[in-house]
Write a protein that binds this ligand. Structure first.
Ligand SMILES: [Fe+2]
Ligand SMILES: [Fe+2]
Length: 197
């Protein structure tokens, strides 16, 4: 497995951890186990910040600028899938901003916002899961099949540039810190429940 694929898969795993926390929030809000007043907004803000910094400004650009162009140059086999993924990257930013507006409105106790947050979160989670599934099951296997060592060199360099933020060996890395804060604050069984009194 190339360095880029190892990093890409690890980044997907990290994102899945964070999405899992949001999924638990949906279940708790929907079942009434959690009231909007009791939501741990510090945790949610950290998650949204993580998604913005990690996903929208680092992970997606590496795919858009290195992996996808290399594949498009090499084969037309996955042109439609790659176009779809690129569009999803673009829409994902707007999608996240919309979600943040609803979360802020719920925090400000505007009526009817809990339902809007639940719906927006469900859409957001489904979109991310479908997106990662396409990359994991179509794009990565295709890349492994058609790209040569020479093709991989610049892709590996790009993915490696951030020194593997979550699992890498840079202790002060902000993504690593953010993810560990999220894990600390998230309720069990996902996290340590550090935010709960
Ligand atoms: Fe992607
Ligand atoms: Fe990805």
């Amino acid at each position: 497995m190339t360095k880029a694929i190892t990093i890409m898969k690890r980044e997907h795993l990290s994102l899945n951890t964070v999405l899992h926390v949001l999924n638990q929030l949906v279940l708790d809000l929907e079942s009434g186990r959690l009231r909007s007043d009791d939501v741990d907004y510090e945790l949610i803000e950290k998650i949204m910040h993580y998604i913005e910094e990690f996903l929208d400004t680092m992970h997606h650009p590496k795919e858009d600028n290195y992996l996808f162009p290399a594949l498009l140059k090499k084969t037309s086999e996955a042109n439609d899938v790659i176009l779809e993924l690129q569009e999803q990257h673009e829409k994902g930013v707007e999608h996240r901003k919309r979600l943040e507006v609803h979360i802020q409105a719920m925090k400000d106790k505007h009526p009817g916002q809990t339902e809007k947050v639940i719906d927006a979160l469900k859409d957001y989670l489904a979109a991310h899961r479908a997106h990662m599934k396409l990359e994991d099951t179509v794009v990565i296997p295709l890349a492994e099949r058609v790209l040569t060592e020479e093709d991989w060199a610049p892709i590996d360099a790009a993915f490696n540039e951030n020194k593997d933020p979550v699992f890498g060996d840079i202790p002060q890395n902000k993504f690593r810190k953010l993810l560990s804060d999220i894990t600390f604050l998230a309720p069990s069984p996902i996290g340590l429940g550090g935010g709960r009194k």
